[in-house]
Design a protein around this ligand. Structure first.
Ligand code: F6P
Length: 324
């Protein structure tokens, strides 16, 4: 039974292209169901300090193509503590908010799970460029980030080829190597180093480059996910052990920004609308996810235990084969 009259929407954790499409779809769908929407600024921080804006159709009309998040974001340390979650819950109750739509990554989901203990209804939408939310095959922002990284690496490669150098490119992804895997495969990297697979075997990377050198190649590309190893150290090791001039490029935050691709706009729209749909059907404490390319939703606690989003083993094996 639907007794939802007023909802809040927030974005939390690292911003990701497509978050704005999700916000827009939440507002449009809520409008369709006659639900009022309040935008919470700066993620969970704004819930604690009650920093809000009213969100009507006019506020979200021209945001589908914008990177970042119009609601701003944060990684809230305070929300990890019960006293601040209680304060946030009191703010919501005092303002007659029936439910919260939280868009973000793993940290956002964990925050939402703790928050439901304060009697707050939450629905989460997975939004993070890392594609590392266990229950969902897709997270908003990944496609844009992988394309941005690919475009940047293509440019780096032009220079690398011209100089006959080895380029070591560090991309984002602390625990999941999807950006490295996709951008690395798309740019035909000679070695792709992923957090899930890295065993500290620098020699295999050096040997791969030596082999290519022996085959007559004179430029090389190594794509490494952040958190695996220190990229400048790796470049120095390649230079020392092969004699090949090596350079490092750390792509950094350009991967998080920029206009979302059609995929991120579409999935943002679908997930935002779906979140409101399940709320209006009386479901709460759910996370929206993609399974077999279809929208589904899971209980938030159960979502943490699911392991759908392990690195795809065929994609990984193929990355090895295509860089032999
Ligand atoms: O949002 C995910 C991510 O971009 C990771 O890839 C990266 O490790 C991290 O966020 C960086 O976080 P921060 O914005 O706090 O520096």
């Amino acid at each position: 039974m639907n007794n939802i009259k007023k909802i809040a929407v927030l974005t939390s954790g690292g911003d990701a292209p497509g978050m704005n499409s999700a916000i827009r779809a939440v507002v449009y769908s809520a409008h369709h169901f006659g639900i009022e929407v309040v935008g919470i600024l700066r993620g969970y921080e704004g819930l604690i300090d009650w920093e809000t804006i009213s969100l009507g159709l006019n506020e979200v009309r021209n945001i589908n193509n914008q990177g970042g998040t119009i609601l701003y974001t944060s990684r809230s340390e305070r929300f990890l503590h019960l006293e601040y979650r209680k304060q946030a819950a009191e703010n919501l109750k005092a303002n007659n908010i029936d439910a919260v739509v939280a868009i973000g990554g793993d940290g956002t989901l964990r925050g939402a799970i703790d928050f439901q203990e304060e009697g707050i209804k939450v629905v989460c939408i997975p939004g993070t460029i890392d594609r590392d939310v266990a229950c969902s095959e897709y997270t908003l922002g990944f496609d844009t980030a992988a394309n941005t990284a690919t475009e940047a690496i293509d440019k780096i490669r032009d220079s690398s080829v011209s100089h006959g150098r080895c380029s070591v490119v560090e991309v984002m992804g602390r625990k999941r190597g999807y950006i490295a895997l996709w951008a690395g495969m798309a740019t035909s990297a000679d070695a792709i180093i992923l957090p899930e697979k890295w065993n500290g075997d620098f020699d295999s990377v050096i040997d791969a480059i030596k082999q290519r050198h022996a085959d007559g190649r004179d430029s090389y590309l190594v794509v490494v996910a952040e958190g695996v190893t220190d990229a400048p150290e790796l470049a120095e090791m390649i230079r020392e052990k092969t004699g090949i001039e090596s350079r490092v490029s750390v792509l950094g935050y350009i991967q998080r920004g920029g206009n979302p691709t059609a995929k991120d706009r579409m999935y943002g729209s679908l997930m935002g609308a779906y979140a409101v749909e399940i709320l209006s059907n009386g479901k709460t404490n759910r996370i929206v996810a993609i399974k077999n390319d279809v929208l589904v939703d899971y209980d938030m606690g159960e979502a943490l235990r699911l392991e759908n989003n392990k690195l795809d083993s065929f994609q990984y094996e193929l990355s090895l084969r295509l860089s032999e």
